[in-house]
Design a protein around this ligand. Structure first.
Ligand SMILES: [Zn+2]
Length: 87
């Protein structure tokens, strides 16, 4: 009786090994599908001219776009806060 159980257990282990190897091989063979691509708008900083993704930009109400808060603040200091209303 113990022998039968041993062989059943052995067969289970073999089945498990084959299944694991088969699924990992299948996973490797699957073509790598890139994640859904999103078209990201790139915009140019009005201060330094670097191109950055639109999601990372800081903009002023007049439409000027900056790569970050430091460049926005630098542009405001040079132009003066009153310059925002003019354009
Ligand atoms: Zn910049």
């Amino acid at each position: 009786m113990i022998r039968i159980l041993f062989f059943v257990f052995l067969a289970f282990l073999v089945w498990l090994a084959v299944r694991t190897l088969g699924s990992s091989r299948k996973r490797r063979d699957e073509p790598v599908v890139p994640a859904e691509r999103t078209i990201e708008t790139i915009q140019q900083c009005a201060w330094c001219g670097v191109h950055v993704p639109a999601a990372e930009t800081v903009s002023l109400p007049d439409g000027r776009i900056y790569c970050g808060v430091p460049h926005r603040d630098a542009a405001l200091q040079v132009a003066g806060p009153d310059d925002r209303s003019r354009s």
